[in-house]
Design a protein around this ligand. Structure first.
Ligand SMILES: NC(=O)c1ccc[n+]([C@@H]2O[C@H](COP(=O)([O-])OP(=O)(O)OC[C@H]3O[C@@H](n4cnc5c(N)ncnc54)[C@H](O)[C@@H]3O)[C@@H](O)[C@H]2O)c1
Ligand SMILES: N[C@H](CO)Cc1c[nH]c[nH+]1
Ligand SMILES: [Zn+2]
Length: 423
């Protein structure tokens, strides 16, 4: 990993989620073809990008039954324990409708309604992501979404990984389609003969998925841009070198476009971590992906003091931040921008990826400045309720009419006054 000295002028923000011009063109073409040709385009692109020839886009019950025969008890136990933790965390996020009544009899309120349908993207190109099924499905279920549709790219044998099917079944998901990438996002946004349109698309994915979500936004809602994974470790001189290296590599192995950054005031630690990363990298099965990611987006930034390190972290607004300093709690209040913050040496990032209960679908590429982790809120919407009393209208009608006329909207004013005349 390259070591750089912090300089207020260095550009530390990568501009990934906007993708290259070429990637943008590819995504626009894919979306256009799916809109025009529907299922035929989905099977065409699945053959082209996933090398899978599909007989049926929809997963059949038989495939799920078969998948259970390939999963052992230990795996099932781990999945079920994670599901329980994630459900427990998300159940705490629910908000209630509320109403307030004033002395004049007016009633105002906010009604919370689950979305009718949601399309959940589960990545599957370079790895299968059963954990992302849990992270998508559980908040949607807790919110009360009636129709949950899952999409994920198939393996070259035309199947989803058994663990993907089993996890979806454990969660009670019944509508699953074997399609991924920009074509899956287009299908969920516009509908095809087989895949009906949904109201909102959520879930992480690679650059093609991220760009497609951005392009269909407006036709449907989307959660956020959750693109290639990122980690920033903020560490002081006493932090454990092997742990830092391991955690940086945990995100680098996701994708060549993933980003792993260490921010520290300690030059000694910086050099030791750079060496250790190289050593641990050698034995990783996904060495090539991790290496490419580190070469492009891996950095060790050496600052002059802790305050400067905190400034760098806030500028990066990372998806994941680990604070590995003597007193992480003293720092957390100063972090304004991060998707998830992991405190202390036992809160390794994968704890959050799989098990703690918090959601791992998080904003990337600096969008943690304004976006939040996926949550139950993403699957609900709010409606305002107004019940004005006669007394309130008589008392306030002239003020309402005045404001309407300020805007030159006479019909608005008269709609109020017609009710006052009768009194
Ligand atoms: N931010 C988060 O919350 C979060 C969580 C989990 C995973 N991730 C990220 O999700 C991503 C998963 O990526 P993945 O590739 O493994 O799976 P993916 O399912 O996102 O993408 C695979 C699909 O990309 C499409 N594709 C691949 N090459 C293409 C090309 N040249 N042109 C057009 N389309 C093409 C194909 O349709 C393929 O099915 C990683 O970047 C990982 O870091 C992020
Ligand atoms: N770290 C990813 C979010 O960026 C989530 C994930 C899923 N599986 C492993 N990790
Ligand atoms: Zn991860």
């Amino acid at each position: 990993m390259k070591i750089v000295q912090y300089d207020a002028d260095i550009s530390i923000k990568r501009d990934l989620d906007s993708g290259t011009e070429e990637q943008g063109k590819v995504v626009t073409e894919i979306i256009g073809k799916v809109r025009q040709e529907g299922d035929a385009a989905l099977t065409y692109f699945t053959e082209k990008f996933d090398r899978a020839v599909l007989e049926d886009l929809k997963v059949q019950e038989e495939e799920v039954k078969q998948a259970y025969t390939e999963i052992d008890e230990e795996t099932l136990d781990a999945l079920r324990a994670a599901i329980e933790n994630i459900r427990d965390f998300h159940q705490r996020q629910t908000t209630q409708s509320w109403f307030t009544t004033k002395a004049d009899g007016t009633m105002l309120g906010q009604k919370i309604t689950p979305l009718d349908s949601a399309g959940l993207y589960v990545p599957g190109g370079k790895a299968a992501y059963p954990s992302s099924i849990m992270m998508n499905v559980i908040p949607a279920q807790v919110a009360g979404v009636e129709r949950i549709v899952m999409v994920s790219p198939p393996q070259p044998n035309g199947q989803l990984e058994p663990v993907v099917l089993v996890t979806a079944h454990e969660l009670g998901v019944e509508e699953i389609y074997k399609v991924g990438g920009a074509q899956a996002i287009a299908a969920l946004a516009y509908g095809t003969e087989t895949i009906p349109k949904v109201d909102k698309i959520t879930g992480p994915g690679n650059i093609f998925v991220a760009l497609a979500k951005r392009e269909v936004f407006g036709e449907v809602d989307i959660d956020m841009i959750a693109g290639p994974s990122e980690i920033v470790v903020l560490a002081d001189e006493q932090a454990n070198i092997a742990y830092i290296a391991a955690d940086l590599l945990s995100q680098a192995e996701h994708d060549e476009l993933a980003s792993s950054v260490l921010v520290t005031e300690s030059q000694v630690l910086a050099e030791a971590v750079a060496k250790e990363v190289q050593k641990q990298l050698e034995t990783l099965p996904r060495k090539e992906i991790a290496q490419a990611s580190l070469e492009q987006y891996g950095q060790i930034i050496v600052t002059t003091n802790l305050e400067e390190s905190i400034k760098v972290v806030n500028e990066l607004a990372p998806e994941h931040l680990e604070i590995l300093t003597k007193e992480p709690l003293n720092i957390v209040g100063k972090i304004r921008h991060a998707g998830a913050i992991f405190l202390g040496e036992y809160s390794s990032e994968p704890v959050g990826d799989y098990f703690a209960g918090t959601n791992h679908i998080l904003p990337t590429n600096g969008t943690a400045r304004f976006s939040s982790p996926l949550s139950v809120d993403d699957f609900t919407k709010k409606t305002s309720i107004i019940s004005y009393s006669e007394k309130a209208l008589v008392e306030n009608g002239s003020k309402i009419a005045t404001i309407a006329r300020l805007e030159g909207l006479e019909a608005h004013a008269r709609a109020i006054e017609i009710r006052l005349e009768e009194k």
